[in-house]
Design a protein around this ligand. Structure first.
Ligand code: CA
Length: 222
């Protein structure tokens, strides 16, 4: 795991680099926005920690430019505790936002959460991009059928993505309810059926989601 730290404040930067080193995470630090953009392209880091207030170009612009060519996870750290910055940062494609001052424990927890998420997402899209008519793009939360976007509601997307984690595997209804709806309340079984029906309709063929009697559902390939 290699982290790129883009931060002009020496004390903050040293704290992050040392703190990550203590946890066996290698970090490279640069002190300006342009150096950050260059290093992101050259080093191919696994994750970027980006300060917003940089001497040459604003961190939001740095984020935008890196995101234009790379899907590397970006955590923004900033002293600007304003809602507008948080929203703008996430809209620019940052994965998370931490307000200074923060503790190393918090930063490391966020790093681990993001890498877990992106690793799962990457394996899903790789698995589903090859040879299938149905492609699930977890990062963009999009489903493409024969190259055309299918307009699913967020929950419908969650169901399809869940079933696509292991294509062909049968997922139990109780597991889908627990993981997608965060509940095991039996009343929601009807909700699950309604969502499955809606997705089948939108995909144009019920065979995309097969019912396995007495067990649950699996993603099919008509
Ligand atoms: Ca700064």
């Amino acid at each position: 795991m290699r982290v790129l730290v883009i931060e002009d404040d020496d004390a903050v930067a040293d704290g992050i680099v040392d703190g990550l080193a203590d946890r066996a995470i290698v970090a490279t630090r640069v002190a300006s926005g342009l150096a950050g953009i260059e290093s992101a392209a050259e080093l191919h880091p696994d994750l970027i920690v980006l300060d917003l207030g940089l001497p040459d170009i604003d961190g939001t612009e740095v984020c935008r430019r890196i995101r234009a060519t790379s899907s590397v996870p970006i955590i923004i750290v900033s002293a600007r505790d304003e809602e507008v910055d948080r929203v703008v940062a996430l809209e620019l494609g940052a994965d998370d936002y931490i307000v200074k001052p923060f503790g190393m424990r918090e930063l490391v927890a966020r790093i681990h959460a993001i890498t877990r998420r992106t690793t799962v997402g990457a394996s899903v899209s790789r698995d589903d991009g090859e040879g299938s008519r149905l492609v699930i793009d977890s990062r963009a939360r999009r489903v493409l059928l024969d190259g055309e976007p299918v307009h699913l509601t967020p929950r419908e997307f969650d169901v399809v993505e869940y079933l696509a984690r292991d294509r062909g595997a049968v997922y139990r209804r109780t597991d889908i309810l627990r993981d997608v709806w965060d509940t095991t309340w039996f009343g929601t079984a009807k909700t699950l059926d309604a969502h499955i029906a809606a997705v089948r309709k939108k995909l144009g063929d019920p065979a995309w989601i097969e019912s396995v009697r007495g067990v649950g559902f699996r993603l099919g390939e008509p």
